[in-house]
Design a binder for this molecule. Structure first.
Ligand code: DMJ
Length: 643
């Protein structure tokens, strides 16, 4: 049959005109494009990944492709609104009925007496990390590069780790003060041992143990955090007990949900230090086993890890309270030191690669006024909101930049450049002088200053001090002065309280000068940051006032925080009738008491030429690369693992 072509009418059996057919086709193709495009606008979903990725394919992409991704994945509007509300560092977990979350990690603030740890639960916002991507023990440990040689590492230190005489000071007053600090450590330890052995922390009023849920199913946080402090102080019997517990009881086969940051700074940091100081193989074995369990957290589209990881399954999530499923600057930015050492020990570059990928993204991304906001999407690689702080949520990221440079024997030029640019932006935008002449570092909320400084931000005196030597030409004195001024301000926050201990946050507005104006900021949970800055400033200047300030803190701790069965935080530093929070934080043993002990020791105990302290005060050795290379070339013609 022949169809006769009528003018303007198609030859199709549907009897459509050519123009109608064209419009229809256009509509159809539009629909198809829309459906396909919509897939890219859907939230990050494991189901989609299953469709588009084969079972063994990793969803992770390299930094190079982030920009592409970020164009395709705009941040969810609803989350964005939540993010702008949550920009406050007092951001609360949605799941908790009590204020604030987790331990005093600089990343997250928490109020005294809160049971937030017990109530915490991560938002299961994201996909499980690809299980089959996990690297096997054999692959991770020891089958890459050359084996780590403990003797060679020791030879490459410029001085003995514990000094000539374990840092024993020459004057009798300082000897007595140091002895007092050692006694405090023994008292804290003995009570932990008696009432909370194997648990994470001691509750000194109720005389029992606290487990919490920051460390997944891991136990013994106070033990792992104390190993190096006990060793450095020469509490050898206690150190041996701790080591034996690690050997026989530290079970890493846990299936719980842990904070990647907390496990890294306390457990990985604690075990690494213990190994480097003592050479006991058990610590190396445990830390490599644990390091491997943290790797799946990096299986995200950008390689920026999420905050929470299930140590058993490798599944990871973002914190429920973090805006738009974001990761926190101070968390993913505080892995570098430990991960570089995991590569050193295992000979496997994977750990260094993971943290270098984070570095690369942060280096590349545009920064508002040169500042680093605290929330970043691990999916798009974009900032989620513009809250900047050198205290909670931001702090140890800056610390790890300068310490990465120092730990690399001053060869890591990229870290150095990033640190000094960040410092310049911080000075331009955040550093302020109060009407009373106190220098402080304010917080920044999208261009608006919040005239508040957290206790956590007081570590910055020490950080700026240790970075003074290597900044732009002619800036050394400037940085030393700034470090001294900030440390002075933080001391003022202590000396203006009734207990001579500092509040969680203090303000410089409404007539306040280094004092807390809100009831909720008045607590002190045995934090170390102010004392940490005294210790560094003492080492850098030998100005006796830093030892005096440290001693004031010892007296205040003894008077207000020591109870019959340990040390406890207090709820209000402005009231001399104290109310205790019933918690002996593990960082009191790893940081507060260690920094006090170092403050009253000679500088040759853990000399700063050879050691950097991680953010939990666990000393890690500087990698004297040239020396290590020389030795390894001489011994086996191989290369050092970092090559
Ligand atoms: C410690 O766990 C670490 O110093 C961390 O970086 C933040 N703060 C607590 C102690 O305050």
């Amino acid at each position: 049959m022949v169809f006769r072509k009528l003018p303007g009418v198609s030859a199709s059996g549907m009897g459509l005109r050519l123009s109608q057919k064209f419009v229809f086709l256009l509509f159809l193709s539009g629909l198809v494009t829309l459906c396909f495009g919509a897939l890219f606008f859907l939230p990050d979903s494991v189901r989609l990944k299953r469709i588009f990725l084969s079972k063994n394919e990793s969803p992770a992409v390299t930094v190079g492709s982030d920009n592409e991704l970020s164009k395709k994945l705009p941040v969810d509007q609803e989350h964005q609104r939540a993010a702008s509300k949550g920009a406050d560092a007092n951001v609360k977990p949605k799941v908790s009925r009590k204020p604030s979350v987790t331990h005093g990690a600089r990343t997250v603030e928490r109020s005294v007496g809160s049971r937030a740890q017990d109530e915490w639960s991560p938002a299961r916002a994201h996909e499980p990390a690809a299980r089959d991507e996990r690297v096997t023990s054999a692959a991770v440990n020891g089958q890459h590069g050359s084996a780590f040689n403990y003797e060679t590492y020791k030879k490459c230190l410029t001085k003995p780790a514990l000094g000539k005489d374990r840092g024993n000071p020459s004057d009798s007053e300082t000897v007595q003060r140091r002895e007092k600090v050692k006694e405090m450590m023994k008292f804290a330890w003995d009570n932990y041992k008696q009432y909370a052995w194997g648990k994470n922390e001691l509750r000194p009023l109720t005389r029992n143990g606290h487990i919490g849920n920051m460390f997944g199913g891991l136990r013994g946080a106070s033990i792992v955090d104390s190993l190096d402090t006990l060793y450095i102080m020469g509490l050898m019997e206690e150190y041996e007990e701790a080591k034996e517990w690690v050997q026989n009881n530290l079970d890493l086969n846990s299936n719980g949900e842990a904070s990647l940051f907390e496990v890294n700074i306390r457990y990985v940091g604690g075990l690494l230090s213990a190994y480097y100081l003592t050479g006991a193989e058990i610590f190396k074995q445990k830390v490599l086993e644990l390091g491997e369990k943290l790797l799946p957290a990096f299986n995200t589209p950008t390689g920026i890890p999420r905050g929470v990881i299930n140590l058993g399954s490798g599944t990871s999530w973002s914190w429920g309270w973090a805006s738009a499923g974001s990761s926190i600057l101070a968390e993913f930015g505080t892995l570098h030191l430990e991960f570089v050492h995991l590569s050193e020990l295992s000979g496997n570059p994977v750990y260094t690669e993971k943290v270098m990928n984070i570095r690369k993204l942060l280096n590349k991304i545009e920064k508002p006024h040169g500042l680093y906001p605290n929330f970043l999407s691990p999916v798009s690689g974009n900032w989620v909101q513009h809250h900047v702080s050198i205290g909670g949520l931001g702090d140890s990221f800056y610390e790890y930049l300068i310490k990465s440079f120092l730990m690399s024997d001053k060869t890591d030029e990229e870290a150095k450049k990033m640190y000094y640019s960040a410092m310049e932006a911080i000075e331009t935008n955040l550093v302020q002088k109060s009407p009373g002449g106190l220098t402080y570092v304010a917080e920044w909320r999208g261009g608006i200053l919040d005239h508040k400084m957290g206790h956590l931000a007081c570590f910055s005196g020490g950080m700026i001090g240790i970075g003074a030597d290597d900044g732009p030409a002619g800036q050394k004195q400037h940085y030393l002065d700034l470090a001294a001024e900030i440390t002075h301000t933080c001391h003022e926050s202590y000396s203006r309280s009734a207990t001579k201990l500092g509040p969680e946050a203090f303000r410089f507005d409404g007539g306040a000068e280094a004092t807390a104006t809100r009831l909720s900021d008045r607590y002190y949970i045995l934090r170390p940051e102010v004392i940490e800055s005294y210790m560094y400033m003492w080492r850098l200047t030998h100005d006796p006032k830093y030892r005096e300030w440290g001693w004031e803190a010892v007296e205040a701790l003894e008077k207000h925080c020591r109870v019959d069965a340990g040390f406890s935080g207090i709820r209000d530093v402005y009231s001399s009738t104290v109310s205790h929070d019933n918690m002996q934080q593990s960082f009191f043993l790893s940081e507060t008491l260690k920094y006090l002990y170092l403050l009253f020791s000679d500088d040759d105990l853990l000399p700063l030429e050879d050691w950097v302290f991680n953010t939990e005060a666990h000393p890690l050795p500087v990698i004297h690369k040239t020396c290590l290379q020389e030795h390894s070339t001489r011994q086996d013609g191989g290369q050092t693992p970092l090559e």
